[in-house]
Design a protein around this ligand. Structure first.
Ligand code: SAM
Ligand code: SF4
Ligand code: SF4
Length: 377
């Protein structure tokens, strides 16, 4: 017997749990005013364009599970750019104002620029340009920033978990140097993919010593550094509550070094709590998904790489829109199905978890939650 981590049933089989959304008998055109069972509108669509990544962050794609035997999606399972753009148009008609491309690592998807060009042509129901952004690990950003900007991308969010090279290399677990990500951030800023957001997942005991150095580095830079609580998303990262550093403590630690003041959210449903440095050095954010549930304003839908719509980051089931796209359905039929699915949404995982003892989880124990790399952050 070896002590190798037990490999659970292949994730590929479980994560695809989904149903084909029924087409309502009565087709009504989108009004942009959809709301779910808790009165939440649909405003934000996150689209995962690949389930692959060149990093192996332990909190997201730990090496033991995402190894050489891992079954990534075959190419014909992925939504094509035309399919993504068609769905995006329908979602925008339903009120979506912001699209975030994510993954896996979205810059690994070939010709991602052509998808951005297609999306950049869409307008919100109010006739405004769509807010298009992308979350990346930054490894290919220096090379791609200019072509992304030229294609119509407005901003980027770059994930970076520390400035200490040894800590960063060990967290990405592929020995990727911090200097290359910093160069990516610089080039993105030079070409105008701004304001840049930098996401740092804080794991207590792993990189919490990087909080203050990261703040020091990004003060006065125009970039907004955001500290994310380590979440119990997916089923492979071995999450433990004692490794979560509550945002409140992050703010206390920062405040001791650089005094900060809370500021109002930009809009209802914003994920990050906003703070600014009292000396005017810029803004920071905290995303407290574990300790402070923000489900009541959650207006986000997530489209997986193969076209399954998830109504919550912690969902166990998706709605298979690829089946409708490839099944000869009209735009009107698909739009009506999207409307019906959103109107039936009642998801509020983080709020439910907050009501339970620490370390427990309200997810259905018989189904595994989808992995972050599949559904996108
Ligand atoms: N590969 C890209 C990246 O890392 O930016 C995009 C996809 S990644 C899944 C999106 C975001 O999710 C990243 O900022 C990452 O740090 C965050 N993330 C992944 N797993 C997480 C976890 N268990 N808890 C909190 N954030 C997590
Ligand atoms: Fe890759 Fe992003 Fe997940 Fe890290 S967080 S493993 S970079 S998808
Ligand atoms: Fe939204 Fe689900 Fe996160 Fe709550 S737990 S904020 S419903 S994604």
């Amino acid at each position: 017997m070896t002590n190798k981590p037990h490999k659970v049933i292949p994730l590929a089989d479980i994560r695809y749990a989904s149903r084909v959304p029924p087409i309502p008998a009565q087709l009504s055109a989108p009004t942009g005013l959809l709301s779910d069972t808790l009165g939440r509108p649909l405003r934000d669509l996150r689209i995962s364009v690949t389930d692959r990544c060149n990093f192996r962050c332990s909190y997201c794609m730990p090496k033991e599970f995402f190894d050489k035997d891992y079954a990534y999606l075959p190419h014909n399972s992925l939504l094509s750019f035309e399919e993504i753009a068609r769905l995006a148009r329908i979602f925008v008609a339903h009120g979506v104002e912001k699209i975030r491309l994510t993954g896996g690592e979205p810059l690994l998807r070939k010709n991602i620029e052509s998808l951005i060009e297609m999306l950049a042509r869409l307008q919100t129901t109010a006739g405004k340009p769509l807010d298009i952004t992308l979350t990346t690990n930054g490894s290919l950003l220096a090379k791609k920033a200019q072509s992304l900007k030229d294609a119509g991308l407005q901003r980027v969010t770059v994930s970076l978990d520390g400035l200490d090279d040894a800590i960063f290399r060990s967290m990405n677990d592929v020995d990727f140097p911090v200097a290359d990500v910093l160069e990516g951030i610089d080039v993105a800023s030079q070409v105008g993919l701004a304001p840049i957001k930098v996401n740092m997942v804080v794991k207590r005991g792993t990189n919490d010593a990087e909080i203050v150095p990261m703040a020091r580095h990004f003060r006065h830079s125009g970039a907004v550094l955001r500290f994310i609580e380590y979440m119990d998303v997916g089923a492979s990262n071995g999450w433990r509550m004692d490794e979560v550093m509550p945002s409140r403590q992050v703010i206390e630690r920062l405040n001791a070094e650089f005094p900060v003041i809370a500021i109002d959210p930009n809009y209802l449903g914003e994920t990050a709590g906003r703070w600014r440095y009292a000396d005017g050095a810029g803004e920071i954010g905290v995303i407290s998904s574990v300790t402070q549930a923000f489900c009541s304003d959650c207006n986000r839908a997530r489209l997986s790489t193969e076209g399954k719509l998830f109504l919550c980051l912690f969902a166990t089931n998706g709605h298979d829109f690829r089946a409708l796209l490839r099944g000869d359905c009209s735009d009107e039929q698909i739009a009506a199905a999207v409307g019906q699915v959103w109107q039936g949404r009642g998801a509020r995982y983080s709020e439910l978890r907050a009501a339970l003892p620490a370390d427990s989880s309200p997810a259905d124990g018989t189904l595994k939650r989808v992995e972050m790399s599949y559904i996108g952050g």
